[in-house]
Design a protein around this ligand. Structure first.
Ligand code: ADP
Length: 499
């Protein structure tokens, strides 16, 4: 199959979150299965051209946006450790700046221009590339306009695009790409699409809707999240539309890149270890305690790596901290995000320097060291489409303590009498989004931590879980095959849609 991934971030080129991990690992897995998968992403300032050997593809692409015309230049490089060609669309006025989507906590004012340009250029470049994908797989709101353009924009008339099927993956429904209606001309879509059945959303333009409506099939990153987003509580105002498309919505759990995240060979670690040779894990813990200036004690060391955003439950963590820090445990936090949370965490770190270490930045190496060095990993998310860190944690024998929501519910097996007996327990799961529920789960973890035999059982069971991409990549292939097997588009609001 010939497949094009359209994604606004791809690891290791540029990353703010889990989308980047998936947009790299899934193409790699599909390519290993023999498919021609390529990726297109913007050329941000953050992409290290020299390190990744970017080369000009010798072509450019003009894009009209309202009254302006922008020119994009195409560069290419291989996705590291793969045979996946990646195209980078360069346009310095739009992408050569600090921050992928925002700077100083504020979204770039011209984000619609930037990602409308990206969506149009991604489609427009294809005929010149000698690559005619059967599947256009777009990710999140930044790439969603490409699917609307395929059905309603200038590409509709061109036979080159007529048989392409569109897949849209929702990595996080909360980010919708909302813009004032006055910016509509930037979309290059017909006026008639700015309606409730189209891209209009409470008087604004909603880019995510472009994907939700115009994709042949929709996927999201866990089965539980696929159900949750059809409800008022998690649907972010789009639950009606998602419910109407439920027969075309599939939840597929993210996998992880098992080469990138492997405690037996991770280059960021001081010592390596595996499920059969666990000794190295204690050394990684000592190294982490040392680097974080925490006492080298046998206390339960809890790690957290996350965007400091309300979604991640940082509010209930902060409310629980006084209680938690009265327990014999240590906490290492790595995160960046909302200034208020950063400040409150810094205050705690100053008050309790021997108990809590706070690192306010994006640091991939430290993320690996925390996954290896921590005993447990806390994710009190309000909602979590899939979550990757609990998967990395289990692979590193670091026991997740998570709220039962989204992908966390699908991947972590709570420790109970029966899961202990059946040797299936992998973590600690709590139900309510409250400080009490969170602290109670941590207390349960502490009790088990002091039962070394049982804790080792949890560590071993966690490390033996298979979260590789094999199964999930196959599930995506089935989605692609289903989209291709229909003679006409399945898009929801397509005038040419099969009845
Ligand atoms: P989301 O995409 O909602 O942020 P995920 O759990 O799906 O959450 O993915 C987050 C990814 O970003 C993980 O790979 C995690 O390790 C990484 N990450 C998040 N914050 C940081 C940080 N401050 N430093 C390094 N890596 C981070």
């Amino acid at each position: 199959m010939d497949i094009l991934f359209v994604a606004s971030e791809v690891d290791p080129f540029a990353k703010t979150g889990g989308l980047a991990d998936v947009a790299a690992a899934l193409p790699k897995a599909l390519s290993k299965m023999g498919h021609d998968v390529r990726i297109v992403m913007p050329l941000y300032r953050q992409v290290d051209r020299r390190r990744f050997g970017l080369k000009p593809a010798g072509m450019s692409q003009q894009v009209v946006l309202g009254s302006q015309t922008f020119t994009g230049r195409i560069d290419t490089a291989m996705l590291p450790k793969s045979s996946v060609t990646t195209y980078f669309i360069a346009c310095d006025p739009l992408f050569d700046r600090e921050g992928l989507y925002q700077t100083g906590g504020k979204d770039h004012a011209d984000n619609l221009t930037r990602f409308s340009f990206f969506s149009q250029a991604a489609l427009g470049m294809l005929p010149k590339l000698d690559f005619k994908p059967q599947i256009l797989h777009c990710h999140d709101w930044q790439a969603a306009l490409a699917l609307a353009l395929l059905r309603h924009g200038r590409f509709l008339e061109e036979t080159f695009y007529s048989r392409m099927r569109g897949i849209f993956t929702i990595h996080n429904l909360a980010y919708q790409g909302l813009f004032p209606k006055e910016q509509w001309p930037l979309t290059q879509l017909p006026e008639g699409l700015f309606t409730m059945e189209g891209l209009e959303f409470y008087g604004q333009i909603n880019c995510l809707k472009a994907g939700l409506i115009h994709a042949d099939l929709l996927t999201t990153v866990s089965p539980t999240y696929a159900q949750e987003i059809q409800t008022k509580e998690f649907g972010c105002g789009l639950e009606g539309l998602l419910n109407a498309r439920r027969d075309q919505l599939v939840g597929i759990l993210n996998g992880i890149d098992q080469e990138e995240w492997d405690p037996a060979s991770d280059p960021h670690l001081e010592t390596h270890y595996s499920v059969d040779k666990l000794a190295g894990k204690s050394l990684c813990k000592l190294a982490l305690q040392r680097s974080q200036k925490l006492p080298e004690r046998h206390d339960l060391l809890i790690g957290m790596i996350q965007r400091l955003a309300e979604q991640k439950g940082i509010d209930i963590l902060l409310e629980s901290l006084e209680t938690l820090l009265a327990l014999p445990l240590q906490l290492v936090i790595l995160g960046s995000g909302d200034a208020v949370y950063q400040q409150r965490l810094t205050e705690f770190a100053k008050r309790f320097p021997k108990r809590i270490a706070v690192n306010l930045r994006f640091d991939n190496a430290l993320a690996h060291q925390i996954e290896a060095g921590a005993d447990a990993f806390l994710m009190p998310s309000r909602f979590e489409p899939c979550g990757l860190n609990q998967l990395y944690s289990m692979r590193y024998g670091t026991i997740p303590i998570v709220k039962r929501v989204g992908g966390l519910a699908d991947t972590v097996q709570d420790t109970t009498a029966s899961s202990i007996a059946g040797k299936t327990a992998t973590g600690f799961v709590f139900e309510a989004h409250t400080t009490q529920a969170l602290t109670e789960a941590v207390r349960r973890a502490l009790t088990v931590f002091h039962d070394q035999k049982l804790w080792t059982q949890l560590v071993q069971t966690s490390m033996q879980q298979d979260f590789s991409w094999n199964q999930s990549a196959r599930a995506y292939l089935q989605v692609y095959e289903r989209a291709l097997s229909t003679t006409a588009s399945l898009a929801f609001n397509d005038p040419n849609r099969h009845p």
